[in-house]
Design a protein. Structure first.
Length: 127
């Protein structure tokens, strides 16, 4: 195992010597990786919330109101102590809207730019 680690360090060192702008490339790769992780995690949160909203609708024949949504989130995901599910992985609040009959919903993340209702938003609707 130590030989593998030493080999990897040597390979990285060699690659670093070849490229003069390695720090900028490394920053770019790191930033791209963080962005991808934020998108994947936010998509996972949206999926988890939509599955539970759909289950709530099946059991209760109605969805939580927009006012009740934060309480519903806390009650439904009470075992989650990693982060609040009320915010996406860019730190912005999710937008939950429900129709007047409480039968259809939309969950929306403003995406990386933090601005709602544009091309980088992530959206789940249901049921």
């Amino acid at each position: 195992m130590n030989n593998i680690i030493v080999g990897m360090v040597a390979l990285i060192g060699t690659a670093s010597a070849v490229y003069t702008d390695v720090p900028d490339k490394m920053k770019s790769i790191f930033n791209d990786s963080v962005e991808a992780a934020q998108q994947v995690c936010t998509a996972g949160d949206l999926h988890s919330m939509s599955v539970m909203l759909d289950a709530t609708y099946i059991m209760d024949r109605e969805l939580p109101s927009a006012i009740e949504f934060s309480i519903w989130l806390d009650d439904t995901f009470k075992e989650n102590n990693v982060k609040s599910l009320s915010v996406d992985h860019w730190g912005n609040d999710y937008l939950y809207t429900v129709d007047k009959a409480q039968r259809n919903y939309q969950l929306r993340s403003a995406g990386p730019d933090g601005i709602l209702n544009n091309d980088d938003d992530m959206v789940k609707t249901g049921p």
